[in-house]
Design a protein around this ligand. Sequence first.
Ligand code: TUI
Length: 314
Amino acid sequence: MIKSRICEILGIEYPVFQGGMAWVADASLAAAVSEAGGLGLISSINAGTEAVRNEIRKCRELTNKPFGVNIMLQAPNAGEIASMVVEEGVKILTTGAGSPAQYMDMWKEAGIKVIPVVASVALALKMQAIGATAVVAEGAESGGHVGELHTMALIPQVVDALDIPVVAAGGICDGRGVAAAFMLGADAVQVGTRFLSAEECTAHQNYKDKILKATDISTIVTGKTLGHPVRSLKTPFSKTFAKMEADPNVKPEEILSFGTGALRKAVKEGDPNGSYMAGECAGMVKKIEPAKAIVEDLVKGAEKLLAGAPGLLA
Ligand code: TUI
């Protein structure tokens, strides 16, 4: 069975995190993944701080197993969320899109295990130095806000630089990706896009349908000119966004205002003009199934491949 030090540190059965996807990762999905033996994560991007508090309480009703909260540090209410998770007794946090340094003392005092998402060795080292329990190293194959490096090059370099466990993310969608991540030196994986197809994922059916229809070339990165690159499905929205970025007559403020609220519209309303964030592996997601089946497919698939690996040697 695939086990690593992260399982003991966090009290989970399998080294599989569910990505804390903005607007998508709620109590329903997080509890289902935690119940299946992975680490479910609730996103801090929802209808405000109190809505996230409710999701945490709901998740506790749905599972006794460990789960965490992902805090998007660029959100206007990040500070409020940072204190709320302490009040609610959350024990595991991941953070994204920035450095959580200013909150570390408060969280460590509360006994919280903090696992920042990083996209470079430099930030990974900084996170280790300020007391992170582990890091999620996220390659640019992933959906949503992305860094520069891709998983194949990022993971081994972060692993070599750190002593704390490294969770690999970006482009991991089935047992092959999980096995590969372990071969790169990771202690666990984080999977986002595949969980969009979970029965317990409450994203709008239109979102799920777009993921199921996606191919290998269905995603695009926009927002580079704004310093905030985001990977999403190619849709009329993302194509218009890209055109606006390429047009020197369009001001950055206009582009930003065009994008505001677009993810919520996609996830909650299935609005064709929304932003359908997804990773490059969307083309590998073929069916809707329970989160438990996804966790099992990831773990058992990797175990089968790793058990057969000696056969590759002459
Ligand atoms: O955060 C993510 N992915 C996200 S956040 C998000 S919410 C959103 N909503 C509307 C528009 C845009 C985004 C959707 N997806 N992943 C974690 C992640 N963090 N990936 C990369 C990073 C990162 C990048 C640079 C973390 C830190 C960093 O440098 C910060 C520093 O201060 O050096």
